[in-house]
Design a protein around this ligand. Structure first.
Ligand SMILES: [Zn+2]
Length: 354
């Protein structure tokens, strides 16, 4: 009966440290079942495949039970699973790479459920830990420094200034930014592509308080390329900027994304004037194809800097954008967005340890 009760406890309080009594002495245990499940999924293993891949005799049923928290793996089993999945054993006890959960932000209207959050924490922790371990093994330094650390943002002007400043610090010039995900990777931001819940486009947080992480959902059925670029830059704003308390942070991050991808001055130069009676679809398609910024984002930017009137802005949304939110037939940004650093690190590691 006591045994049964303890197992129930394991199931419902996965994240607390638990005590079980072995020979009447309390023993700390904290193997986190969801971490095994997420690590297995991140490696692309089915239960059967992990059973086969493990350098130890184990049954599919046992792994299934470890993942559900109804059985605790013994230390040598944890060691074998850690080796197979490429992490330290401490990962399974939540003592490895720490994901800043209060920082974990999502871009989208849906709130994440508790279950989603636990799953994401396990997934991110696994990914970050394996990534950082690989980098260390091949002697790659992963350094991130924030060029906007000293800037506090409260107004639109602050945002525009911050976006310009970042372009300067990262030596991006004032023109189109192709491959913005690769740019972030070069600057020490770790980017993961993962399937995210509906209505969630991106997430950002820190690992061990030092390594910025961004998760984007890159599936074409989920996002357009312009939206992907926008989402990544929105998440970047969360990572880099400090906001004053009265700010609407989500809106500010959107504005940062917009003006980082398409600087204010460049936008004015392209539009030929600081004030315009009307914007034409043709010119915006042309700019979308060059700068990788959606028509909707351009109309927003034009209103933000009061290039156009409120009436004209409303007209664009009511008559055009809301009727074609996917912007079908309105041009395509053809430069690809990819992520690649992790794969290169992986390849170098395999070469070093064939
Ligand atoms: Zn956000």
């Amino acid at each position: 009966m006591i045994k049964y009760m303890l197992i129930t406890l394991v199931l419902f309080t996965q994240y607390d440290i638990l005590y079980i009594f072995v020979n009447k002495k309390p023993m700390k245990i904290s193997f986190i079942p969801i971490r095994l499940r997420e690590a297995r999924k991140m490696c692309g293993y089915s239960l059967d495949q992990l059973t086969k891949a493990a350098n130890v005799r184990v049954t599919r049923q046992s792994i299934y039970n470890y993942e559900r928290g109804v059985m605790q793996p013994k230390p040598d089993m944890v060691k074998a699973l850690a080796e197979t999945l490429g992490v330290n054993e401490s990962f399974f006890y939540g003592k490895s790479t720490k994901i800043d959960m209060p920082m974990l932000r999502s871009t989208g209207d849906n709130m994440l459920s508790e279950e989603d959050l636990h799953q994401l924490e396990a997934m991110l922790s696994y990914w970050a830990e394996r990534y950082l371990l690989m980098e260390k093994k091949i002697g790659l330094k992963s350094v991130f420094s924030n060029p906007l650390a000293d800037i506090k943002v409260s107004t639109l002007d602050d945002i525009i200034l911050a976006a310009d400043h970042l372009r300067e610090a990262w030596k991006c010039g004032s023109g189109p930014l192709p491959a913005v995900l690769r740019l972030m990777e070069r600057k020490g931001v770790k980017i993961l592509s993962a399937e995210l819940p509906d209505e969630i486009w991106g997430l950002s947080t820190f690992a061990d308080e030092t390594h910025p992480l961004i998760v984007v959902d890159m599936r074409p059925q989920k996002t357009t390329i312009e939206r992907l670029r926008f989402t990544a830059c929105h998440e970047l704003a969360h990572i880099l900027l400090h906001f004053s308390d009265d700010c609407n942070v989500e809106k500010m991050c959107n504005k940062f994304a917009n003006f980082f991808l398409f600087p204010k001055q460049t936008f004015i130069e392209e539009m030929g004037s600081e004030h315009r009676e009307q914007l034409t679809l043709e010119e915006m398609i042309d700019l979308k194809e060059l700068y990788g910024v959606s028509i909707a984002a351009q109309v927003h930017a034009a209103w933000d800097i009061r290039m156009i009137s409120r009436e004209h802005y409303n007209w664009w949304y009511d008559e055009r954008i809301n009727k074609n939110s996917q912007e079908e037939g309105w041009g395509i940004y053809s430069f690809p967005e990819t992520i690649g650093r992790e794969k290169r690190v992986e390849a170098r590691m395999k070469q070093n340890n064939p």
